[in-house]
Design a protein around this ligand. Sequence first.
Ligand code: F3S
Ligand code: F3S
Length: 105
Amino acid sequence: TYVIALPCVDVKDRACIDECPVDCIYEGERTLYIHPDECVDCGACEPVCPVEAIYYEDDVPDEWADYYTANVEFFSEIGSPGGAAKVGPYAFDHALVSALPPRGG
Ligand code: F3S
Ligand code: F3S
């Protein structure tokens, strides 16, 4: 799967959403999350993110390694909706993201 890391938080450019052929990039309150079971590893989202927040799971920089878990655990109660557009933004985040101070930008 691909992973969205810290640079997306409080930025949420959303360019990635338009590129994903399976609509598996879901919006939380402060960042977006890639569904680990729905992502087909096409990689189309990675180059369009203006802040380079998206990485293949094996390539996530060490400092942001926890974001792999955050992208997985964000869906522990949501499950697998099979498409982000129909569920709309969620009004919460993974605890890792909620705990961050506001990021400028
Ligand atoms: Fe975030 Fe980049 Fe997508 S900032 S919403 S991961 S284009
Ligand atoms: Fe979609 Fe990116 Fe995965 S475009 S299928 S989330 S690699």
